[in-house]
Design a protein around this ligand. Structure first.
Ligand code: BGC
Length: 962
């Protein structure tokens, strides 16, 4: 089912099962070759607005134990200069360094729009110089607010602000256009564009780029993103036309659960940031003769709201009346006499409204305010990364057809529809079907998640895809079509931020291999602009608790460095004035300071996620940027906890969705206070903040002491006797070393008494398996991981899951959806998927010692294999995982066959690995068929329990032991 795809690219290759080994290595690279050049974590980005962008590369080599001892970076203002090896912007000269990550640009100051081409060469440990890398590039954005000559424009909007909570209000998308002349041949054209809302741009009838849902989501009162596109190929000397379609998006449309709970202006859940969308776009042109010109949005543009997109809402859906299509509207010569002149956005005046949230009602102004900051979008764009053909067409009722894509995902569908002019086709989306074949939509809550298409009556059929919405679904139901559609008339378009795929995982237990692909699909469905909780119902918020639990797993599955960079801006921006981080970021539901806007373990994402990005990508600049905000949060955190014993103010979700074992919020909070202090100490140390480091270490000590005094019992016992209590106390190292084993034994005993079942919720489950593995109960961890019984990962899979569910038993074959409140039952919720972190770190055994995988730990995690008489599946005897780390591909592929254990290992160039290899002694290990002590790049260090510890340089190895 999963091996169907039409799109090229790493995501599709993975799903096709083609991407089995590590990433292609050019075998000619004998010594070191620098590859995979990135600027600010992105490949050849446009519109960077950091004055000193950071440059990174990876290294390849077909030889073992390769290290970089030096590098030279050249940055040039043209390709020609770079080809001639002239770094007219920057030439670092030879720098003695083994660093390959985040080298900050220090060349000539870069101006707005500057094009930069760069390459790097490196020296290996023998002092041998590499070839130059391939050329990479970036361009600068508009760095000075005065560079923006374009102004914010809008339609003149005389409609009253929507006030009726019982009626959906879904205004049309507006089309904007302008013709302009370019007197001579163009050398380079770049467009910078932003909107309050969502926009798509067109030049001379052609779409600008392939990004969706531009410009992105931020707190528009403070900041808005702009996007940069190279449009050199889309403009020409002579008359040109530029067009933009602008829809409500997060700015003016429905957001989150606002409608459900009655937040927002007049409790309608929409127009959260403002009433009328606005557009700001600026085309910069450089002619062949070196002169320049520009065209920007202003009041000479024209606008219509009579276009075909009659409704356009992210959550509710889109309505397209093809009879109103504006053929040629973005081309020169289009007759726009019926269109209205635009106005400057402020011309719509102030819009007073009563805004409601948990703080009550107050008056706000939803009129236009120019966002004070225009910021370049720092993450990979949202785009269609894969196409899924429908695998089945059903007809549950007369006139109703349901397409099945075989996979739950987020995105839209491309449909071919046929029928007589004026027919209104209804298109609904659902994650599952009822037993009688009807589409299941109860879990969408207030999300209408319905599109409509009105046919113009083209006998050849009409192909349509919505633009300003997306849905979470496996099934598409169409009704109202007079003619039975064909199976190939529907294609699923998978949408998400195009974070590069970074991992593969499979093991001998097919249920768990399947679980990993389910987690990956769930990540893809939810990494849409922010790490959302779920893509289908009226929520899709950047829930902080879910994000902190899952961040490390996310970083295994995909390169999320730039994605989290973007979101952590939202997090810092959403920080409450009193220091707490909110429940979700962006935090749109409030124009004020609701008291209960934060919660233990949710707010802590503001520390845990930057720490994770540092750990995985070595991103210190991110830490520096967040530092003030993080410190303010910690001040709040510690001041709010009385005597370091935890706070129970704010939201108290605690160990959310636990199974009958409530762990008191004060206990959990104390654990998190200690944990975040420890992480802050580490970050302070990593960034040279020695005083802060010792302060945070002291805080950690104080909280731990208070914790032990209040909750500790002799011999590792805890007064709070829940699985999660032991898990958190052990995970965050709150127990004295000599009591940890006893505490872990108690945890194991509790699990055994519970029928070898977890009772943990979101918080406990994330750490459960890692804690068991770290404290002598790896076999129990394996048993839980391989379980098929409720509650378990396997239970979801055998009940038909293609994604990770919000609840272990969101659906069961016996009881259908019967067990739960249908409204709060998402089938695409990544939190419990956080176990993948353990699968990589403790089962495949790929981990980092210190930041950014410079020093790698390889510790394969086979079980003893004979401990579980109840097991319904054979013990895992084979795991094959690859992880394209920030240093390059790491592979741990192990296999146990009777008494023979083998490990195929790849360590990227310029890194070393400590390998904990299961073996009696050194003499029983071979590498590449030879005794290990003769193996190049390997040094045996010591024996530790049932492992032989070796240090291994970069390269590929085949270890075997008997
Ligand atoms: C979300 C969760 C989130 C929670 C807070 C839910 O509605 O879907 O995943 O963390 O609210 O308890």
């Amino acid at each position: 089912m999963l091996n169907r795809c039409l799109m090229p690219g790493s995501w599709a290759l993975l799903v096709a099962g083609l991407l089995i080994g590590p990433w292609p290595v050019s075998l000619s690279a004998e010594g070191l070759s620098p590859v995979a050049l990135r600027t600010e974590w992105l490949q050849n980005p446009l519109g960077i607005d950091s004055p000193s962008p950071r440059l990174s590369w990876k290294l390849e080599s077909s030889l073992r134990a390769q290290r970089q001892t030096g590098y030279r970076v050249l940055v040039a203002s043209s390709k020609q200069a770079l080809e001639a090896n002239s770094g007219d912007l920057w030439d670092t000269g030879k720098v003695a360094s083994d660093e390959t990550i985040g080298r900050a640009y220090e060349g000539k100051p870069l101006g707005s729009g500057q094009l930069c081409f760069w390459k790097v060469k490196v020296w290996d440990q023998a002092g041998q110089e590499s070839e130059w890398s391939e050329t990479a590039s970036w361009s600068m954005g508009l760095l000075d607010p005065r560079d923006w000559k374009a102004v914010w424009i809008s339609v003149r909007d005389k409609t009253p602000l929507h006030r009726d909570r019982d009626q959906l209000h879904l205004p049309p998308a507006r089309h904007y256009r302008k013709e302009f002349g370019l007197p001579k041949a163009v050398r380079r054209a770049t467009i910078y564009a932003s909107s309050l809302g969502l926009h798509e741009l067109y030049l001379n009838g052609r779409r600008v780029g392939d990004a969706l849902l531009e410009p992105g989501w931020s707190d528009y009162a403070k900041r808005v993103y702009y996007r940069t596109h190279d449009v050199t190929g889309l403009v020409r000397a002579g008359t040109n036309a530029i067009g933009g379609i602008v829809a409500d998006g997060w700015y003016a449309g429905y957001v989150g659960y606002g409608l459900l709970v009655g937040y927002g202006p007049y409790r309608t859940g929409r127009s959260i940031y403002g009433k009328t969308p606005a557009l700001c776009a600026q085309l910069e042109v450089e002619f062949e003769d070196g002169t320049r010109s520009w065209v920007g949005t202003d009041a000479t543009w024209k606008v219509t709201d009579q276009g075909p997109i009659r409704e356009a809402d992210l959550i509710m859906g889109e309505t397209f009346d093809s009879r109103a299509e504006l053929t040629g509207w973005a081309e020169a010569g289009f007759d726009d006499r019926q269109w209205a002149p635009c106005i400057r956005a402020e011309g719509n005046g102030s819009v007073r409204a009563i805004f409601s949230d948990t703080m009550g009602d107050r008056e706000v102004d939803l009129g236009f305010r120019a966002p004070p900051v225009l910021q370049s979008y720092p993450a990979p764009a949202i785009r269609v990364t894969q196409e899924l053909p429908a695998i089945q067409l059903m007809k549950p009722n007369p006139g109703v057809y349901i397409f099945d894509f075989g996979q739950n995902f987020a995105g839209v569908a491309r449909l071919k529809l046929r029928g007589v002019r004026g027919t209104k086709v209804q298109i609904r989306y659902g994650e599952l079907l009822h037993p009688d074949g009807r589409l299941m939509t109860e879990n969408l809550r207030k999300a209408r998640a319905t599109d409509y298409y009105i046919l113009k009556g083209d006998p050849a059929g009409e192909v349509w895809t919505p633009r300003f919405t997306y849905h979470g679904f496996q099934y598409v139901e169409i009704s109202g079509v007079p003619v039975r559609p064909e199976l190939q008339d529907a294609v699923g378009l998978v949408m998400h931020n195009d974070t590069p795929l970074a991992a593969t995982f499979s093991c001998s237990d097919p249920v768990l291999s399947k679980f990993w692909t389910n987690a990956l699909w769930t990540q893809r469905a939810n990494f849409v602009e922010v790490p959302t909780d779920c893509p289908q119902r009226d929520e899709r918020l950047g829930w902080m608790g879910d994000a902190q639990i899952y961040a490390r797993t996310a970083s295994f599955n995909a390169d999320v460095a730039a994605f989290f960079t973007k979101w952590l801006d939202d997090v810092a921006e959403a920080q409450r004035s009193f220091g707490a981080y909110p429940d979700y970021a962006p935090y749109p539901m409030s124009h004020g300071e609701p008291r209960k806007s934060f919660g233990t373990a949710w707010m802590d994402a503001g520390i845990i996620c930057p720490w994770t990005m540092w750990k995985v990508y070595g991103d210190k600049r991110l830490v520096d940027r967040q530092w003030k905000s993080m410190s303010r949060f910690m001040e709040f955190r510690m001041a709010a906890s009385s005597k370091h014993l935890g706070l129970s103010i704010g939201n108290t979700w605690g160990d959310w969705l636990n199974l009958g074992e409530e762990t008191p919020i004060e206990f959990i909070d104390t654990c998190y206070a200690a944990h975040t202090s420890a992480l802050m100490a580490e970050l302070a140390e990593a960034t040279g903040r020695d005083v802060e480091a010792s302060n945070y270490r002291r805080w950690f000590g104080e909280v731990r002491a208070a914790f032990l005094k209040h909750y500790g019992l002799p011999r590792g016992g805890l007064k709070v006797d829940t699985q999660t209590a032991y898990v958190l106390a052990l995970a965050f190292e709150l127990l004295p070393e000599d009591q940890r084993k006893a505490a872990a034994d108690r945890l194991a005993e509790k699990i055994a008494k519970n029928g070898h079942r977890m009772a943990t919720g979101f918080l406990g489950t994330k750490w459960l398996l890692p804690v068991l593995t770290a404290h002598g109960h790896h076999d129990l961890a394996l048993r839980l991981f391989q379980s098929r019984d409720f509650p378990s990962w396997g239970y979801e899979v055998i009940n038909g899951a293609t994604t990770v569910w919000e609840r272990w038993d969101s659906y069961t074959k016996e009881e259908g959806f019967g067990r739960h409140n249908a409204a709060m039952n998402s089938f695409s919720h990544y939190s419990f998927g956080a176990v993948c972190e353990w699968a990589f770190r403790s089962l495949a055994g790929i981990d980092t010692d210190g930041p950014a995988y410079k020093q790698i730990v390889i510790r394969p995690g086979p079980g003893k294999g004979d401990l579980d008489p109840q097991a319904k599946s054979a013990p895992i005897d084979r795991v094959d995982a690859t992880y394209n780390s920030i240093r390059g591909p790491i592979r741990s592929s192990w296999h146990r066959d009777g008494s023979v254990f083998s490990l195929n290992l790849t360590v990227p160039a310029n890194a070393t690995a400590t390998v904990y290899f299961p073996a009696r002694d050194e003499a029983s290990i071979s590498e590449g068929g030879h005794p290990v002590d003769q193996s190049e790049g390997v040094r045996v260090l010591r024996r530790e329990g049932d492992r032989v510890v070796m240090t291994v340089g970069s390269g590929e190895y085949q270890f075997q032991s008997r």
